[in-house]
Design a protein around this ligand. Structure first.
Ligand code: CO
Length: 134
């Protein structure tokens, strides 16, 4: 069912500082930060030859990553994103197997302008999974 690794997301408190670590120290190709008010985060993407890293920082008072950063004050890996050919078919298959889809279970527009869903970490080896329509 799952295809390519689209990105690994790392939550950080200070996205400008984190961008500098990737740009300057690690020599990576880093995009501009983009606020995503409807998701409560600011994101940017680091393009690697075989995948991407997404840096996410809290935006606003009720950011969904605020609790994660309380537990991980230095930042940390927040989720992995796998591509699927058909996100609705993937969701229906996963739900039929007892996996929990977060939120109302409907795909939402993600940071790439493609539909995404999140799967409960307790069902997937302790890792929050994002599925993105390929
Ligand atoms: Co993501």
């Amino acid at each position: 069912m799952i295809g390519r690794l689209n990105h690994v997301a790392i939550a950080v408190r200070d996205i400008a500082k984190a961008a500098e670590v990737y740009r300057r120290t690690l020599g990576a190709d880093v995009s501009e930060a983009a606020p995503q008010p409807e998701h409560g985060v600011t994101t940017l993407f680091i393009t690697l030859p075989n995948t991407k890293i997404e840096l996410i920082a809290p935006l606003g008072d009720a950011s969904p990553i605020a609790k994660f950063l309380e537990r991980n004050p230095d930042g940390g890996i927040h989720h992995v994103c796998y591509e699927v050919e058909d996100i609705r078919a993937a969701r229906d298959s996963l739900k039929a197997q007892g996996a929990r889809v977060l939120g109302d279970g409907e795909a939402k527009m993600g940071a790439h302008g493609k539909p995404v869903l999140f799967l409960h970490p307790k069902d997937f080896c302790g890792t929050l999974i994002e599925l993105e329509q390929a």
